[in-house]
Design a protein around this ligand. Sequence first.
Ligand code: TRP
Length: 328
Amino acid sequence: MRIVSGIRPSGQLTIANYLGAIKQFIELQEKHEGYFFIADLHAITTPYEPKELKNAVLSAFALYLALGLDPEKSTIFLQSQLPEHSELAWILETIAPLGELERMTQYKEKKQEGSPANAGLFLYPVLMAADILLYKPQAVPVGEDQIQHVEMTRSLAEKFNSKFGNVFPLPEPLVLGKNSARIKSLQNPDKKMSKSDEDPDGAILLLDSPQEIKRKIKKAVTDSGKEIVFDLKKKPAVANLLTIFSGYSGKEIKQLEKEFSGKTYAEFKNSLAELLTEKLKPIKTEFERLMKDESFLIRLLTQGSAKAQKVASKTLEEVKEKTGLTLK
Ligand code: TRP
C-alpha cells in the first residue's frame, strides 16, 4: 500500500513523540511504499525565523534518518522543492468550502493562541490535501490531531472527482499511537509530556545528553509508598515511568513489576536512566555525524525530491487536463 505523510520541521522531539508515533511511523516503511516529506511550506504559516529554517529542515531530516527512516526504502523529500504541492493547493482552494475550513480545530486553536491569522494558516489543510492527493495514497499516517485534516482531504478529493472527473482515490487516515499509552510529564503525571518552557524537566528530548537524561529521571516525581507497581489511580507517576521503561525495553509491564519487586524507587530510576541512555546515545551520535555533513543531507533530500516529483508532476498534469488548465 502507498502511504504519504508530512513531518513538521519545528520543535524538539521527546521520547513521548517517539513512543507515541514516530516508532510506529518508521516501522511502516518496512511494509509500505512510503512518501515522507519535511513540511516546510506548512512551517511558515506560524511565526518563524527565515535564517533558521534551513537548519530546522536539515535537523528534522537528520533526526528521522538517525531514528531509522531509510531513503533506500522510502521516498523522503522536501515539500518546497516541488512546486506541484503549491500549485495543486491553489486549484483545490477554488473548490474548498470556507465553512469547512473555518471548522478546523487546529486553525481555531492557533488563532486563539494568538498566531496572527494569515490566510496560509487558514488554508493549511488544503495544502495538506494537495500534499497527499498528488501521490494517490491509500493511507495517511497521522497523529490524532490531524485526522480532521485527512477527512477534509477526502471530502476535497470527492468534490474534485465529482466536479471534474475521477482523479483521486480517497485516502484513509492511519492513526498513529492509537493503542499506545500517553506518556506524561516527569514532573506532573496529570499533564502530557511535551517540550515546554514551563516544564523543562518534564520531558526527555531525543537529543538530550546522558547527563541530562540521568538528571531528569532522578528528578522525576514519584508517588507515596515504595512499591514499583502499575496503578494509574494511586501511582500515576510510577505507572508513567513503567510505561516508558516498557516502551523502550520491549518488556511487558507485568514482567517489569516482577523484575523490580523489592527494589527501591532509586534503583528503578537508575535502571531506567541507563536504559534510556543506552537507547538514545547512538541516535544522538548518528544525528551529530549527519549534521556535520550538510552537503550529504542536501544531496539525499534533493534526490528524494526528484523521485517524488515524477509521481507528483504526473498527477498535476492529469488535474490540469481535467480542469481545463491546458492548451492541449
Ligand atoms: N500537518 C501535519 C502535522 O502537523 C504535517 C503534514 C503536512 C502532513 N502535510 C501532510 C501530514 C500530509 C500528513 C500528510 O503534523
